[in-house]
Design a protein around this ligand. Structure first.
Ligand code: SF4
Length: 196
């Protein structure tokens, strides 16, 4: 594996992170972490200027791994994957560290402890980034059919939902009839209807 050259980008998220975490201290600590070639702190890393800083640092420092210490990957993982790809780095060599939902937002008024935790989170992200391998995306044909195992109430509902979504459904049940435990109930609350 090539020697990792990791760029760490610490995001303030305005005051969302920076009001609780000492982002300057996190950036300073990151500079001392193994294989870290450059550290940049931004106010809003997802904004165009923040993304341009990432691209510039990749070119200037020959980075082959990127750690973005910011928010949940649910929010901006695609943003930063695209960003590093545009700068010539495989998108799967980008690692996100969640300093917002996992740190600042849950440790308000604990600045010192939150900062220590943020440094640990970044250290873990950097260690993981060093082990990442490039991935290639592939397209495979998909059979629009589903197998549902178990014909209890959950299996029946899942089969119905899938069928309503336009999928061919195969429902498999080991007993002679479907309905599972539900079929054994005499009446069901609140309508007191027969369960089947
Ligand atoms: S990258 Fe995430 S943490 Fe940073 S400014 Fe954007 S939303 Fe906030």
């Amino acid at each position: 594996m090539e020697q990792a050259r990791i760029g760490v980008f610490v995001c303030d998220c305005g005051l969302n992170i920076a009001s609780t975490v000492d982002c300057g201290a996190v950036a300073l600590a990151a500079e001392e972490m193994p294989d870290v070639a450059c550290v940049v702190r931004n106010k809003y890393t997802c904004a165009d200027p923040g993304q341009n800083e990432i691209k510039k640092a990749i070119a200037e420092h020959g980075l082959n791994r990127v750690v973005v210490a910011s928010c949940s990957p649910r929010m901006h993982e695609p943003t930063f994957r695209n960003c590093v790809e545009e700068a010539g780095v495989n998108p799967y060599l980008m690692e996100m560290v969640n300093l917002r939902e996992h740190c600042s937002w849950v440790h308000t008024n604990q600045k010192e402890a939150a900062t220590r935790k943020a440094i640990d989170l970044v250290r873990a992200g950097v260690a993981r980034a060093g082990l990442l391998e490039a991935q290639e995306e592939a397209q495979v044909p998909v059979t629009r059919a589903a197998l549902v195992i178990g014909g209890g109430i959950t299996g029946i509902q899942a089969a119905l939902d899938l069928a309503n979504g336009g999928h061919q459904v195969y429902l498999v049940e080991k007993e002679a009839s479907i309905g599972g435990l539900m079929a054994k109930l005499d009446k069901t609350y609140p309508t007191m209807d027969c369960s089947i």
